[in-house]
Write a protein that binds this ligand. Structure first.
Ligand code: PMP
Length: 390
């Protein structure tokens, strides 16, 4: 048997997407002009399928900070946090993140994926039990598998189902680790954190919340869903990424003092190179922007409302709530692919998401807005969707 034979079906499945026209998986965006504009082939496009929620990828101060760090500290650390990869700026950013969340500790990781892997796999080792939302991001699933804990999935956003499963655990529930996300990246819905916190108060356990898509987006100060719902004190660890609102690359965990022990026990922290100094510098600037410019969040939400209402008026079936992620449900994957290509021809890039990446077996066109989109750009997206109906 050949090395790749077991992938034959997957390869065949994917080939049908490549026979004619653009391939939606791994699309090359040939040029990026701004947080909202780019080019694919000959087509200028509005970028409506990113995670750049606050539109900070081209922030002049973040770019200048990154350039200064490149010149001062070099292109990369060439080592892990534990060895030669902890620079002063990594530690400063950790202090700033801890302050931002008003928590004792923060740890910087190389990506959001690695933050989840590093924290969850280390805490959820053999003998532990984790309860995770069925629609959890791959990094949460992978982290649980790496750790070796017993994994219990509960129905997506179903606190009653979580409670039933916690009750079945009896005394073990006291030490169980519950993991949910803030905003879910495909449907734009949010975890029922108030209900989950209530379960935790009654039955015990620890609560980890991955605020990857809600950090910078929700809450009075931009700290995420837990802040928006007033339950931050009940969250043991907040997990996050630099690759969305912070417009760079890297990840973080914020929690209590005891969390620092992960620096000596977490393999995904110890055995991978740390984020480059330029990334750290741009993240520090972006974090200040989140703190000092709540109007970015206001513009983001106003854009989210404009797009949601525009698409709803056209009769599209959308996600369950207004959110910076606006999923448009499509009947079949063939139709999804056709629509995706037509949208590009109309100058709009969104994400085509097929099952199993899309939950509940649906095909969706995942649109996302950011704070840098102008009203005119949002209207361009709506007009492109209107053209599909003709
Ligand atoms: N958690 C969630 C919920 C995510 O959606 C993602 C990325 N899409 C990650 C973690 C991983 O983040 P990163 O891309 O920084 O590795």
């Amino acid at each position: 048997m050949g090395l790749y034979d077991k992938f034959a079906r997957l390869a065949n499945d994917r080939e049908q997407f490549q026979t004619s026209g653009l391939n939606p998986f791994g699309t090359c965006i040939d040029e990026v002009y701004s947080a909202t504009q780019g080019r694919i082939g000959d087509q200028k496009i509005v970028l409506a399928g990113t995670n750049n929620y606050l539109g900070l990828t081209f922030d002049a101060q973040a770019i200048a900070a990154g350039q200064a760090a490149l010149a001062a500290l070099g292109t990369g650390t060439t080592g892990s946090r534990m060895a030669n990869g902890s620079y002063g700026s990594h530690l400063t950013l950790e202090r700033e993140l801890a302050e931002f969340f008003d928590r004792p500790s923060a740890i910087v990781f190389s990506t959001g994926y690695t933050a989840n892997l590093g924290v969850i796999s280390t805490l959820a080792g053999p003998g532990a039990v984790v309860l995770i939302d069925a629609d959890s991001h791959a990094s949460i699933y992978d982290a649980c598998a790496l750790g070796g804990a017993e994994i219990i999935r509960f129905r997506h956003n179903d606190a009653a189902d979580l409670e039933r499963r916690m009750l079945r655990l009896g005394e073990r529930a006291r030490e169980a680790i519950i993991i949910v996300e803030g905003i879910y990246s495909m449907l734009g819905d949010v975890a029922p954190l108030v209900e989950i916190v209530d379960i935790k108060r009654r039955l015990g356990g620890y609560l980890l919340v991955d605020e990857a898509h809600s950090f910078g987006v929700m809450g009075e100060h931009g700290r995420g869903l837990a802040e928006a719902l007033g339950v931050e004190q009940d969250v043991d660890i907040v997990l996050g990424t630099f690759s969305k609102s912070l417009a760079s690359i890297g990840g973080f965990a914020v929690g209590g003092k005891g969390m620092d022990v992960l620096r000596y026990s977490s393999r995904p922290y110890i055995f991978t190179a740390s984020p480059s100094p330029s990334s750290i510098a741009s993240v520090r600037t972006a974090l200040q922007k989140i703190a000092l410019h709540p109007e970015l969040r206001e513009k983001l939400w106003s854009n989210a409302h404009r797009l949601y209402h525009g698409l709803a008026e056209l009769g599209y079936t959308l996600g369950p709530r207004i959110s910076p992620v606006v999923p448009v449900m499509i009947g079949s994957k063939e139709e999804g692919l056709r629509f995706w290509r037509e949208l590009i021809a109309h100058g709009v890039y969104v994400n085509l998401v097929l099952p199993p990446a899309a939950p509940a077996g649906v095909t969706l066109l995942r649109c996302s807005v950011n704070a840098a989109h102008s009203d005119e750009e949002i209207d361009t997206i709506v007009r492109a969707f209107a053209a599909l109906k003709k």
